[in-house]
Design a protein around this ligand. Structure first.
Ligand code: HEM
Length: 474
C-alpha cells in the first residue's frame, strides 16, 4: 500500500474531483431527528448508524441528524454533515474553515451551571482571547508537572494493583473500574492541581464518584449507557438533567481544589491573567472532564487489548524488560516501539472521544476522497472518528487490531492519520488550534502503564472490566 501524500490532510484546494450535492436529508421536522435518534441509540447503534448511511448514500459525506433531539431539546439543532473519511474529516482541524465555539458535544451545550457559570475554554473557539489564555495555563501546568508525573504515576499504580491483587486473593475475579478511577483521581489531582486528596477524607474516599456523577449528568443526552430500551430513550435521552442534582458533588470538588490547589490556582491568576474563579473552574474541567473522563474510557480498552491476548503480552513483556533501563521514565518509552504502537492502535480502533464537531466559519468547498461538496456558513460538521480511522485508503485491514501497525517508517507515517486528539498525532497542540493539550502525555502515560504492568507481572488475564489472573514476576 502506498500512502497518500501529506497534502491529503490539508484544507480543500482546487481539485479535479466531481462536485456533488451533499446526499442525505434531515427528514420531516421533529420526526426525522427522532427517527435518527432512535436508530443511533437503539436500533442501529452509532457505528452501524454511520456505516449504513455510507452504504445508502454511497458517500462518506452526507446529511443526517445526531442526538440529542426532540422532545425537550427545542433549542438544539440536530442537523449535521457527517464526515467519515480521513480527507473530509481533516477539515475539522483547519481553524480558518471551522469555528469550535460551543460545539464540544455538538449543538447541545450542557448548562454552564455545571462549570461554575463560566464558559470553560474547551467550549471556546480559537478566536476568543480567553481560549489561548486558558490553554496556555493548562500547557504550563503540564510542563511544570513533568518532574513528578512518572513518580506519582508509579506510586499510585502500586496502590491500585496491590488492591486488585488483594481482591483476587479472595475471589476469582477482580472488577477494576473503581480502583482504576480512584487511582486516576488521586494521580490527576496531584499532578495537575498539586492537590493531595488524602488531606480531605471525603474527597479521598469518593472524589472519583463525585466526578462520575457530574460527568454523567452533562453527557447523558449524547451517550448510550446500555440500559433497557425504551427506558433509556424516555428517561435519559429526552431531556437534560439539571445541575442541582450534582451541585453538592461539584461544590465538594470545588472547595477541595480551592483549598489544596492554591499554588496552581495562583499561577493561573498571576501568570495568565485569569480570575480565581476562571482558574478553578477551568482546572476542574480539564482535570475531571478531559483527563479523568478521557482516561476512564481509554484505559479499560488498553488493558483489555493486553490482558486478553497472551501472545501479544509475551512480546510486550520482552520489550518492556529488555529496554528502557531499570527505572521507568518517559525516555524509556522511546525504546519500546511495540508498546507505543499498541497504544496508538488501541486509540485508532476505539477513540475515547468518538465524535468531533466544527461549524463552517464561511461557505467553502469540502473534499472527500472522491468528491467535492459545497458547505454553507453555519452548517455543523460532525466526524465519527471510529470510522474515520478505519479509512481503507489509509489503513490496511482497517477493522483488524494490528499491534505493530505503527512501528517502523511506514508506521511513523501513519501517525499523520491518527486523530484521537482532534488533530494528527504527528502535529503539535498549540494556542492557535483545538488539539488536545494532553496529546503527548496521554500516549506516554498509557505506554508507561503498559510497561509497568509487564514488568510487574509475568501474566495478566482479564478484559475491559475485570482481572481474573495475575502472575507476579519474580
Ligand atoms: C485519554 C485521555 C484524553 C482524551 C481521549 C482526550 C481527548 C481530547 C479531544 C478529542 C479533544 C478535542 C475536543 C474538541 O474540541 O472537539 C481534547 C481537547 C482538550 N484536551 Fe484532551 N484528552 C485526554 C486527556 C487530556 C489531558 C490529560 C489533558 C490535560 C491535562 C487534556 C487537555 C485538553 C484540553 C485543554 C483540550 C481543549 C483544547 C483547546 O481548547 O484548544 N486532555 N481532548
Amino acid at each position: 500500500m502506498s500512502l497518500p501524500p501529506p497534502s491529503l490532510v490539508t484544507a480543500a484546494t482546487a481539485t479535479d474531483l466531481p462536485i456533488r450535492q451533499i446526499p442525505g436529508s434531515y427528514g420531516f421536522p421533529l420526526l426525522g431527528s427522532l427517527s435518527d435518534r432512535l436508530d443511533y441509540f437503539w436500533f442501529q447503534k452509532p457505528e452501524s448508524f454511520f456505516r449504513k448511511r455510507i452504504e445508502k448514500y454511497k458517500s462518506t459525506v452526507f446529511r443526517t441528524n445526531v442526538p440529542p433531539s426532540f422532545p425537550f431539546f427545542a433549542n438544539v439543532n440536530p442537523n449535521v454533515i457527517a464526515l467519515l473519511d480521513v480527507k473530509s474529516f481533516s477539515h475539522l482541524f483547519d481553524m480558518d474553515l471551522v469555528d469550535k465555539k460551543n460545539v464540544l458535544v455538538g449543538d447541545f451545550v450542557p448548562d454552564v451551571a455545571f462549570t461554575g457559570n463560566i464558559r470553560v475554554s474547551v467550549y471556546q473557539d480559537t478566536t476568543e482571547p480567553q481560549h489561548s489564555k486558558v490553554k496556555g495555563y493548562i500547557m504550563d501546568i503540564l510542563k511544570r508537572s513533568s518532574g513528578i508525573w512518572v513518580s506519582e504515576l508509579v506510586s499510585n499504580l502500586d496502590i491500585m494493583w496491590d488492591s486488585i491483587e488483594a481482591t483476587l486473593s479472595k475471589s476469582s475475579s477482580a472488577p477494576y473500574i473503581f480502583p482504576l478511577q480512584q487511582f486516576l483521581f488521586t494521580f490527576l489531582c496531584k499532578v495537575l492541581a498539586g492537590a493531595d486528596p488524602s488531606r480531605d477524607p471525603k474527597i479521598a474516599d469518593s472524589g472519583y464518584a463525585m466526578l462520575d456523577r457530574w460527568l454523567a449528568l452533562q453527557l447523558l443526552p449524547t451517550v448510550s449507557i446500555g440500559i433497557l430500551q425504551p427506558l433509556e430513550e424516555i428517561f435519559l435521552h429526552s431531556f437534560a438533567y439539571p445541575f442541582f442534582l450534582v451541585s453538592g458533588d461539584y461544590n465538594n470538588i470545588y472547595n477541595f481544589v480551592k483549598q489544596q490547589g492554591k499554588e496552581t490556582i495562583n499561577r493561573g491568576e498571576i501568570g495568565f491573567g485569569l480570575t480565581q474563579e476562571e482558574a478553578i473552574h477551568n482546572l476542574i474541567f480539564v482535570l475531571g472532564f478531559n483527563s479523568f473522563g478521557g482516561f476512564s474510557v481509554f484505559l479499560p480498552t488498553l488493558i483489555d487489548a493486553i490482558a486478553s491476548n497472551s501472545a501479544l503480552q509475551e512480546k510486550l513483556k520482552n520489550e518492556a524488560r529488555e529496554n528502557g533501563g531499570s527505572t521507568l521514565t518517559f525516555d524509556s518509552i522511546k525504546q519500546m516501539p511495540l508498546i507505543q504502537s499498541v497504544v496508538y492502535e488501541t486509540l485508532r480502533m476505539n477513540p475515547p472521544v468518538p465524535l468531533q464537531y466544527g461549524r463552517a466559519r464561511t461557505d467553502f468547498r469540502l473534499t472527500s476522497h472522491d468528491s467535492v461538496f459545497d458547505v454553507k456558513k453555519g452548517e455543523l460538521l460532525c466526524g465519527f472518528q471510529k470510522l474515520v480511522m478505519r479509512d481503507s485508503l489509509i489503513f490496511d485491514e482497517p477493522d483488524r487490531f494490528k499491534p505493530d501497525r505503527f512501528t517502523g517508517e511506514k508506521g511513523a507515517q501513519l501517525l499523520d492519520y491518527l486523530y484521537w486528539s482532534n488533530g494528527p498525532q504527528s502535529a503539535s497542540s498549540t494556542l492557535s488550534n483545538k488539539q488536545c493539550a494532553g496529546k503527548e502525555v496521554v500516549t506516554l502515560t498509557a505506554a508507561l502503564i503498559v510497561a509497568y504492568l509487564l514488568r510487574r507481572y509475568d501474566s495478566i488475564i482479564g478484559d475491559a472490566s475485570s482481572i481474573t489472573t495475575l502472575q507476579k514476576a519474580n
